[in-house]
Design a protein around this ligand. Structure first.
Ligand SMILES: Cc1ncc(COP(=O)(O)O)c(C=O)c1O
Length: 490
């Protein structure tokens, strides 16, 4: 028999007070750059420090032991608020970003069913209206108008861009082959897209039972931007093989280089052949919000479906992604499957997103997304995006002034790839430079291959990162490179 009084229990206020203090300290130390950005160590070591097994079996025996555990947990995390975090496409959240996660974790109201999470579902619907309005796909009177309008777009939030791509491609399939839901995928369907499309596209196609080979790569240029003039010949080749193109995918922007495909060109092509147009805007759809940068996504509003991650560039903690459709019927047709216990017909209060998502139960994702705006106001997020894009330009300008760095392109987003002395340092050595750099714990950058050449890669989205950090980064890379050369000579 389970009785609460037989087990540990803690005072709500006391524990929350202690944890708030630890988090506040964590935030200020991270922002001041007083901590290492990351600390690479084995999971065995982390498990030992956290006394994982002991707490698991016995439970925490006091508030002090909780505090001690959380303190060690925080010590063993990556410090994204450090100005020298320039790593993965994972948001640097606002200081108070954790409140919705905390509240959701406490009240546990999944928002996929309105009756189960009314406040979360309302915020999601509001944010969907707002995103649709940015694309010109919202036809309501005001953003708090939740009725469905003729010719209106629609959208749902999902747990991440990979699931979002799967959702949007399922909608594309439902449009061309509605029978696929019951009969399985017809063998003649293919999806065209940049050869460097994010791997979640190929995964989605495989998961949908079409086989990975149903992805038909369209050539990209040396910086991984789609060569739109190649679309027609690739398409004609598919027609000759007896294939039907289910969707054409464009990148906004490429995961590797952060450069944008020409969305208008792809739209023209899709319109000419009446093809479903899907924009993977997981990272770069946010350009829509920046007056200075929105020309990069000109034509995005001509897509049939779009995915847009909030946990990359909108300061929202992972995960939170929008799948948006120009026409709401696409969403309605995506999953032609009903669960009688959840999907009501007729008049019920509110709106359910469950029929339109892969997930059944879903976190209060709308709360997280809404919160990020409500904390500072809409303009702050737009300014943040323009600023992040500008930071990449500043790093580019600085590295170009130096003769020891090579930048292959001018950045269009907040992602920048570069190499250190490519005439001396091989691809393998570029990779080694990055490992040696992150081993120091002082900087977090990533690395990627662009058309089979290895690059160092930065993603700039910390408003505290300044030119002095770029200089320190470049100098540190140089120091590591010099020591590599010296040890090779010995
Ligand atoms: C272009 C693009 N699409 C999709 C994804 C997948 O998104 P998520 O990590 O949210 O699953 C990414 C992730 O980096 C991406 O860059």
């Amino acid at each position: 028999m389970y009785k609460q009084e037989d087990h540990n229990s803690f005072q709500f206020e006391e524990v929350n007070h202690e944890i708030s203090q630890l988090i506040e300290h964590y935030i200020s130390e991270s922002k001041n750059g007083n901590t290492q950005v990351l600390k690479q160590q084995s999971p065995e070591k982390i498990a030992e420090k956290l006394e994982v097994e002991k707490h698991f079996k016995k439970g925490f025996n006091s508030v002090t032991s909780i505090k001690d555990f959380i303190s060690k947990y925080l010590e063993n995390t990556n410090h994204l608020r450090s100005p020298r975090y320039m790593g993965h496409q994972v948001a640097v959240p606002q200081d108070l970003s954790g409140i919705p996660d905390w509240i959701h974790g406490t009240v546990n109201n999944p928002s996929s069913l309105y009756e189960m999470g009314p406040a979360g579902a309302t915020l999601e619907a509001f944010m969907m209206n707002w995103m649709l309005s940015k694309l010109g796909w919202f036809k309501g009177d005001n953003l708090q108008d939740f009725t469905l309008h003729k010719d209106s777009g629609s959208g749902v939030l999902t747990h991440g861009g990979s699931i979002a791509n799967l959702t949007a491609l399922s909608a594309a399939r439902a449009a061309i082959a509605p029978e696929a839901w019951t009969e399985g995928s017809p063998k003649d369907l293919v999806v065209m897209g940049p050869s460097t499309a994010h791997y979640s596209i190929a995964r989605a196609i495989s998961i949908m039972g079409m086989g990975k080979n149903a992805f038909v790569p369209v050539p990209v240029d040396e910086n991984e931007v789609l060569i739109t003039s190649a679309l027609e010949s690739v398409y004609q080749e598919q027609l000759k093989k007896g294939k039907r193109v289910m969707a054409v995918v464009a990148n906004a922007c490429a995961t590797s280089t952060g450069l944008f495909d020409n969305l208008d060109d792809v739209a023209n092509f899709c319109e000419k052949h009446s093809l479903w147009y899907h924009v993977d805007g997981a990272h770069g759809a946010v350009a829509l919000l920046s007056e200075k940068d929105k020309e990069r996504v000109g034509g995005i509003e001509r897509a049939d479906s779009l995915i847009w991650d909030a946990h990359k560039m909108m300061r929202v903690s992972a995960l939170c992604t929008a799948v948006l459709y120009k026409n709401y019927t696409s969403q309605v047709n995506t999953f032609q499957q009903k669960g009688s216990y959840v999907f009501h017909e007729g008049d019920v209060i509110g709106m359910d997103s469950m029929p339109f998502t892969v997930e059944c139960t879903k976190s209060a994702l709308g709360f997280k997304l809404y919160w990020s705006f409500a904390l500072e106001g809409e303009k702050a997020i737009s300014d943040f995006i323009s600023n992040s894009f500008q930071q990449a330009k500043e790093l580019y300008n600085y590295l170009r002034e130096r003769s020891d760095f090579h930048c292959p392109y001018k950045p269009e987003s907040n992602i920048l790839c570069f190499q250190y002395q490519p005439e001396i340092f091989s691809d393998e050595q570029q990779l080694n430079l990055r490992y040696r750099l992150i081993e120091t714990g002082d900087f977090y950058i990533t690395s990627c291959e662009v058309q089979e050449k290895r690059y160092l890669r930065t993603v700039l989205m910390n408003p505290l990162t300044q030119k002095k950090d770029f200089i320190a980064l470049a100098e540190r890379i140089k120091t590591i490179a010099t020591s590599i050369i010296k040890s090779a000579v010995k």
